[in-house]
Design a binder for this molecule. Sequence first.
Ligand code: EPU
Length: 422
Amino acid sequence: MDQLLVHGGSTLKGAVNISGSKNASLPILAATLLTEDPCIIRRVPDVSDTNYMVQILNALGADVERSSGTVRITAGDVSHVAPYEQVRRMRASICVMGPLLARHGRAVVSLPGGCVIGDRPVDLHLRGMEALGAKVEFEGGNIHLSAPDGLRGAEMDLRGGSGPTVLGTGNVMMAACLADGVTVIESAAAEPEVVDLADFLTGMGARITGAGTRRITIEGVPALHGVEHTVIPDRIEAGTFMAAAALAGEGVTLRRVRRDHMEAVTRALEASGHSVAFNDRGDTCKVNRGGSPSGVELETAPYPAYPTDMQAQMTALLATTPGISVVKDTIFPQRFMHCAELKRMGADIKVDHGVAVVRGVERLSAAPVMASDLRASAALVLAALTASGSTVINRLYHIDRGYEHIDEKLEALGADVERVKV
Ligand code: EPU
């Protein structure tokens, strides 16, 4: 199990290339199950979550070749049963459900287990599949779906208690591509990852309009074909490096980003007194730490609002930002595990019912800390960059799920980090 040793106090400078989006890649990889033709996907980040998805596709019988960011998948003769051993490792494996059901008229997928960032039900995914005419049953920890006469287009509302569902919208959109008739998803998620999936499906011959809005319409087609696609930049990785630059930088440039996807994070950094300057094309930005940063109020909510996946990293930045900050997570109110670890490094944070009140301290100090999930681990790495002493971050496998070579990228910017095998 790897650890990351971060020797605090270095200044970050220079440029970093942002990788392709993990959360766009995962449903797009699953969508290749919708056709027998080869699909080529570029800029798939080399992180363990995309590796798990590749393993699931392999286990289902697809032929997968992967070399330096490009994945070629031919899902010729694939099974409709997604095996528990593969599926249990990653919640996002649920998004093979829609494609398998659409392709075979039946699917068996294990129910995803618990998750440290909160209760993550799949009821909305199933509501969508039922609306398309699938029968849903549970047996032995598995979801059995069947639609012997095929799926039928339908109108549905996928709004849950916390708003829309990102993977749920993607899952139903994939199933509806091969359904008979027109499907309308109301209260759809509008995240850029949903739009990228819709672009991929459209490239395969699907008829989709409205992706990126709260109403997506899908006109079913009899078959889809192969496609070549380049995944969008990872807006959460970009946001993480923007926060690192605001915390410990002296002018850090991020390349391969999309300004339109970074608006909420840019606004939050600017409100805190830092500067973010994009080039005219909006694909490169330079972040400079502000001279007198101050605390902010933040609330996570569905896109285009501030993303929950950037809550922990911003909390780490605010831990040493003068003044009082208030951070509310409306999507995952329990997603504050990183705060207990930040407090072990000297942060002054009180968490109550999904709200963290952060009183900025001058400096954090190194301590052995434990990563609890992907974004929490990123927050600990950020905090360690300016802490006094050397921080040991345990359970690094969490960060490797979603950040491509984060230690190498930080080192290239001047951070003093070491990956240690223990
Ligand atoms: N929800 C339901 N029922 C459902 C599905 C979701 O009640 O059937 C609730 C959830 O409990 C949550 C809210 O709806 O309160 C939103 O969850 P959503 O379904 O949108 O989450 P997801 O699609 O499972 C994706 C990302 C997460 C990100 C969330 C929210 C991927 C692979 N995962 O998850 O990313 O936090 O959207 O934006 O795209 C991460 O990358 O670290 C990560 C956790």
